[in-house]
Design a protein around this ligand. Structure first.
Ligand SMILES: Cc1cc2nc3c(=O)[nH]c(=O)nc-3n(C[C@H](O)[C@H](O)[C@H](O)COP(=O)(O)O)c2cc1C
Length: 347
């Protein structure tokens, strides 16, 4: 979709391309999976619970949520993106879920599109995450731009997305990642809100997680493989055969969501941890939480629903919640803590 009547600047048209490609093309990983399919729950035939007592409440970064579900960072910057964000924000408010917006670089540079990210008015009580690319810290971004992104959304925390593979493939990608740990460290010490480090579908290794924690991030979203492949998305936008070939070659690159969660949780028992990348239903969310995640993030499923209608987003939230409750009920666990402390998951 052309976002405006005039020639759009490149960051804005990229946003429109991403939505169109994600909705129209097959951009899911082909062979790489989330790893969650390797786990099964033990069925409990006598849960000794009343279903109505199942409690999905979760705490993340000191905020109480109705369910451990994150609508992952996706978009903003065009009128279509603004509508998608609004539909997502209303549902985040309705069910008390967490929500992220897409990279706000376009709004920092073009204040007239800031309202397509300004979701606080639709979600006054929700846990909202601002979003900027970590690599922008090497391209003249600093505390001021981060505060601006937070201010636009009136966010509770800032996600710094880390996307080296995507930058390699996309036209004119920002590929200088040198010195970023120090810059993240500096930002974390100055920003008055928590910083969350997040990949975009290639995963965060235990070694990188350790260094990010040392740099001061308050939480990690592993965004592993198995779902949307940004190499594939960018190969669909390629301007030449080299970019197209790169995107195809690396379409399944990365670490699975399950392996990231288990390995990071093993060395950092207390770090707030988000599982995302390839989660497609509440059963996936249940497995990710049983493996040690605090929140389960979904991007593509919410994009498809939001592009459809307000009702579709509402219905998706209800389905995810019902699926997650069913996991708890049929494993005999009343709440998320019990699920995490149980031996219900085998794999
Ligand atoms: C249309 C679209 C745009 C996205 N834009 C961003 C972004 O700006 N910043 C970010 O951190 N992640 C972005 N992502 C990545 C998602 O947050 C998520 O990490 C990734 O898609 C894997 O999750 P999934 O398999 O549920 O789609 C985007 C995803 C989609 C589908």
């Amino acid at each position: 979709m052309n976002p405006s009547t005039t020639e759009p600047p490149s960051t804005q048209s990229r946003k429109a391309d991403h939505i169109r490609i994600c909705l129209e093309e097959d951009v899911q990983c082909r062979q790489a999976t989330s790893g969650l399919e390797n786990y099964r729950f033990t069925h409990c035939c006598l849960p000794e619970l009343d279903y109505q007592d199942i409690d999905l409440k979760a705490k993340f970064l000191h905020k109480q949520l109705g369910a451990p579900i994150l609508i992952s960072s996706m978009t903003g910057g065009t009128s279509q993106a603004g509508m998608i964000n609004q539909r997502l924000a209303q549902v985040a408010q309705q069910y008390n879920l967490a929500m992220g917006v897409g990279s706000q670089r376009v709004a920092v540079e073009k204040p007239e599109v800031a309202d397509t990210f300004a979701m606080r008015k639709y979600a006054p009580d929700a846990l909202l995450f601002a979003n900027l690319g970590a690599v922008q810290l090497n391209y003249e971004y600093g505390l001021e731009q981060c505060l601006k992104a937070i201010d636009i959304l009136q966010a509770n925390a800032l996600i710094l997305h880390i996307n080296p593979l995507q930058e390699c493939i996309q036209p004119r990608g920002d590929k200088n990642f040198r010195g970023l740990f120090d810059k993240i460290n500096n930002l974390c010490s100055k920003l008055p809100l928590p910083v969350i480090a997040k990949e975009v579908g290639n995963g965060i290794s235990v070694h990188m997680a350790q260094k990010l924690i040392e740099a001061g991030v308050a939480a990690i979203d592993v965004a592993g493989t198995g779902g949307t492949s940004w190499a594939k998305v960018e190969s669909e936008r390629a301007e030449n055969s080299l970019q197209q070939r790169l995107g195809r070659t690396f379409s399944d690159w990365g670490l699975s969501t399950a392996e990231c969660i288990t390995s990071i949780r093993a060395i950092a028992p207390d770090i707030p941890l988000i599982a995302s990348g390839g989660l497609r239903h509440g059963l996936d969310a249940g497995k990710a939480i049983a493996l040690g995640a605090n929140l389960a993030g979904f991007a593509m499923p919410f994009l498809k629903a939001a592009a459809d209608s307000e009702e579709a987003v509402d219905e998706l939230a209800q389905i995810l919640i019902a699926e997650l409750k069913t996991v708890l009920f049929c494993t005999g666990n009343q709440n998320l803590k019990q699920l995490q402390n149980s031996d219900s998951l085998i794999g």
